[in-house]
Design a protein around this ligand. Structure first.
Ligand code: ZN
Length: 129
């Protein structure tokens, strides 16, 4: 999860899964982990971005009103709320993607179909024992 929050590869921790802030590469340059494992995987990151953004927006409005009550500066709060609503989802976009990849990896460990560098695969439970 920490790797996801830092926009790193969830499997090996490499920083190379983004080119710039937004552009995600197809595979991790170090361990070959695919950044998109299944089609439509990004619906989850989109949903997470929406939930986090709306929670932050609600927090800004609620704290703004609470701190300035009983005379809230509506114009200032409106500018703050619109700024958060417009900018935060853009800022959070790549983080939501790498974080969602980390959640996906936690739920579905890498398998041979992922074509990952074997050094980063978890130990198998084949053989005796
Ligand atoms: Zn990696």
């Amino acid at each position: 999860m920490r790797r996801g929050l830092l926009r790193r590869c969830p499997l090996c921790g490499s920083r190379g899964i983004f080119e710039g802030w937004f552009q995600q590469v197809e595979r991790c340059p170090r361990c070959n982990y695919p950044t998109t494992r299944v089609e439509d995987q990004w619906i989850g990151s989109l949903g997470m971005n929406i939930i986090v953004s709306f929670t932050l927006l609600l927090g800004v409005i609620a704290v703004g009103f609470a701190v300035t009550y009983p005379d809230p500066p509506v114009g200032v709060l409106l500018v703050a709320a619109v700024s958060v609503a417009a900018l935060f989802p853009v800022f959070f976009f790549p983080i939501s993607r790498s974080l969602w990849s980390a959640i996906d990896l936690a739920m579905r460990p890498p398998d041979p179909d992922d074509d990952v560098d074997p050094r980063y695969l978890p130990p198998t439970r084949h053989g005796p024992g």
